[in-house]
Design a protein around this ligand. Structure first.
Ligand code: DC
Length: 254
């Protein structure tokens, strides 16, 4: 087996075959593998989780986008985020579909519409409502039971999948997190006020980590990774090492 693995290591073709082997391993053992990535805004979760899912051949799930979709619907319907009952109803009724790089709400592509500051803040506000969280967690568990996933969010390792095979708490220092968010927004051609953004992110992190239901927290068995001084590939490689040690007995299928 070692010989085959070594031969498969070179080139894109090798990577594809290794994907297949890894997928085969996951499928034949009937085990759906969950890689949970939690952490605050701007820690690099999306970039890392997307890259990791591509390397593993798993489905990438951005749970923040799901809360954002519900928040967007509430804004459009002029529902008060403080109306817990109505918000829960919206969350249960929301038809959310995730596909690579896109999210649809009730059949409409809302990939860009959910990225406004208003929706960012709204998502964090409605995420404190237990009924909204119950509805989102049920949808997330359903996906994770169907297929192997790399799922990112705030409560994946603590609440959604407490038995996830791999849990990572991804962090970075606050200045670096703001810098990354600014860069991301500028790259999209948006005008950014760094001070305002820093204040908004601080407020959101504060609310996300102090709410009563499923606050942002590191699961006791999660590995803490500080990405402040690390490149994307370095972080992905360190997580892949963890996946190998937990899922493939150290073999380099991915
Ligand atoms: O990851 P994000 O910034 O797109 O998430 C938007 C908001 O959704 C975030 O401020 C808190 C909430 N959220 C949550 O409460 N639980 C999750 N698993 C994911 C996001």
């Amino acid at each position: 087996m070692r010989k085959i693995v070594v031969q498969l290591q070179a080139g894109t073709q090798g990577r594809r075959v290794r994907h297949l082997l890894f997928w085969f391993l996951a499928e034949t053992t009937q085990k759906k593998i969950v890689v949970a990535i939690d952490g605050p805004a701007g820690a690099g979760k999306s970039t890392i989780a997307k890259g990791l899912a591509a390397r593993l051949g798993f489905t990438y799930i951005d749970t923040g986008a799901m809360y954002r979709a519900v928040a967007l619907w509430a804004v459009r319907q002029a529902v008060d985020p403080g109306d817990m009952h109505r918000m829960e109803q919206l969350a249960i009724a929301a038809g959310i579909e995730l596909s690579p790089g896109h999210i649809a709400l009730n059949g409409e592509d809302v990939t860009d519409a959910i990225r406004t500051p208003e929706v960012s803040s709204g998502a964090s506000k409605i995420a404190v409502i237990p009924g909204v969280r119950r509805a989102m967690v049920a949808k997330q568990r359903e996906i994770g039971e169907r297929t192997s996933v790399v799922m990112e969010g705030r409560d994946i390792g603590t609440v959604v999948f407490p038995n996830a095979q791999v849990k990572v708490f991804l962090d970075a220092n606050p200045d670096e997190r703001v810098r990354r968010r600014c860069e991301e927004m500028r790259a999209k051609g948006e005008t950014v006020n760094a001070e305002q953004l820093a204040a908004q992110m601080k407020e959101r992190d504060q609310r996300d980590s102090t709410r009563a239901d499923a606050p942002l927290a590191q699961a006791p068995d999660a590995i803490y990774l500080d990405s402040t001084a690390l490149g994307i590939e370095e972080v992905i490689e360190s997580i892949l090492k963890i996946v190998r040690s937990r899922v493939t007995n150290g073999r380099e299928y991915c």
